[in-house]
Design a protein around this ligand. Structure first.
Ligand SMILES: Cc1ncc(COP(=O)(O)O)c(C=O)c1O
Length: 440
């Protein structure tokens, strides 16, 4: 196979990736933004309602509420679900921080659940173990664009009146058993931050089929929609004041997202085709396990994550394996997911200042079981890695070179072990010299 690029051999990925780059904002979106600016619609604009209607149609939801960010959508969702002090909400630690930080933000306790090593998604069996009479909601994350195992989760939630909130920030267009994620549970939350597959620069959308959740969500941060409140809505009590937040999205960002939405199905198809081709090419590569997609589901390749199994390469460390891939030209790397449990915010609840946190002022201490143990999460955070870029155009040549790079690295066990040993030696030498400088 040849010497690894890591140790001075030739690099496998030689295709210039710039050749496959597409402009981040289309000419059409630029024209739409300019038109809004010319009309002076830089704050209030009918484009927001147009986008909401089109997004609701895309998902198959009765309601879509555009907001300033995915985080604002999640905050609106936990509020709409009626979550508050004394309640517990089950959520993954293998997630973006705000998937879970919105829970202490409304005064509730986060109970972290473990994930499945193959799908990287929440494990329904572990959720079942963590349900208590205080469980008010479950937040699931369709991670990297891969739908969760929603059947058993809904079976647990429905008879208990537990609200299911889907964080779909990676999964615009992903499908679970014929239904788009975002309306499989009770409330869906989408990020439209610039790196997402439906980018608005910054923005987010909440989806639901439930009119009460919709009204509660918009009274929190988009009270200007008060005219839509039904006669009997509880939220009417707050129609003048709102509830202290302002989550109206920027129309210029919405114009950008609206343009992408028109092409999202085609873009998802093209990325799926490429992502699946790479996963198939990696099927016989030892130690690399592509993310598992459950039967009846359609994932979207928002991010292309995989898992590394060191045991299959005689214990070569994840660090060395990823460095070797990177040296071959594969943009591989890890992400900081899987570290939320144990953080001060979740151990103590929302802080009001030094020594004053939700758990000390509310009389609802965070129970010990809330923060773990999460063995699969802890292993996955060391072994899950981002193994390929988002392919924005057909690029079979690049995919072939990526697969060749993986194959080359996975077959160079002796070289990798030697590199690992050398690195460990260097670390030990640094430690010794640090101790010589700072004797204890
Ligand atoms: C899984 C997930 N949830 C929530 C968010 C929050 O979205 P935003 O950055 O739009 O607030 C992100 C954003 O990166 C995310 O990746």
């Amino acid at each position: 196979m040849g010497k690894l690029a890591l140790t001075g051999g030739p690099k496998t990925v030689t295709v210039d990736r710039r050749k496959y780059r597409v402009p981040p904002v289309s000419e059409q979106a630029i024209a739409d933004v300019v038109e809004l600016m010319r009309k002076g619609e830089t704050s209030v604009s009918p484009i927001v309602a147009d986008f909401e209607r089109e997004f609701a149609e895309f998902i198959g939801a009765k309601h879509a509420l555009a907001v300033t960010s995915g985080t604002a959508a999640l905050h609106s969702a936990v509020f709409a679900a009626g979550v508050g002090p004394g309640d517990e909400v089950i959520a993954p630690s293998f997630a973006f921080p705000t998937t879970a930080t919105v829970i202490p933000a409304v005064g509730a306790t986060t109970v972290f659940c473990d994930v499945d090593a193959d799908t990287h998604n929440v494990d329904p069996a572990d959720i079942a173990r963590r349900i208590t009479p205080k469980t008010r909601a479950i937040v699931v994350l369709h991670i990297w664009g891969n739908p969760c195992d929603m059947g058993p989760i809904l079976e647990l939630a429905r008879p208990r009146g537990i609200v299911v909130i889907e964080d779909c920030s990676h999964a615009h267009g992903a499908v679970w058993q014929g239904t788009k994620v975002g309306v499989v549970g009770d409330i869906g939350c989408f990020s439209c931050q610039g790196s997402k597959i439906l980018p608005a620069g910054e923005g987010g959308v909440l989806t639901t089929n439930n009119p009460e959740y919709y009204e509660r969500a918009f009274i929190l941060g988009r009270a200007e929609k008060r005219a839509e409140l039904r006669e009997e809505a509880w939220s009417r009590n707050f129609s003048f004041t709102g509830l202290g937040f302002k989550y109206r999205p920027h129309p210029l960002g919405i114009a950008i997202a609206r343009d992408v939405l028109r092409h999202l199905n085609e873009l998802n198809d093209m990325r799926d085709h490429q992502g699946a081709a790479l996963d198939a090419a990696l099927a016989d590569v030892p130690a690399v396990v592509p993310q598992r997609v459950l039967p009846g589901c359609r994932r979207v390749y928002a991010y292309h994550f995989m898992r590394y199994e060191p045991e299959q390469l005689e214990g070569v460390t994840t660090e060395t394996f990823l460095r070797a891939l990177a040296a071959e030209g594969v943009g591989a790397g890890r992400i900081g997911y899987g570290r939320l449990h144990g953080q001060t915010l979740f151990r103590e609840g929302f802080p009001y200042g030094p020594g004053r946190s939700m758990s000390t002022v509310s009389g609802h201490p965070v129970p010990d079981y809330a923060n773990g143990p999460l063995p699969v999460t802890e292993r996955l955070r060391e072994t899950a890695f981002h193994g390929a870029p988002r392919f924005e155009v057909e690029c079979p040549e690049l995919i072939e070179q990526y697969a060749a790079a993986f194959r080359k690295v996975a077959s160079a066990v002796d070289e990798l072990l030697a590199y690992d040993k050398e690195q460990a030696g260097k670390r030990a030498a640094v430690e010794v010299s640090a101790r010589t400088l700072n004797p204890v």
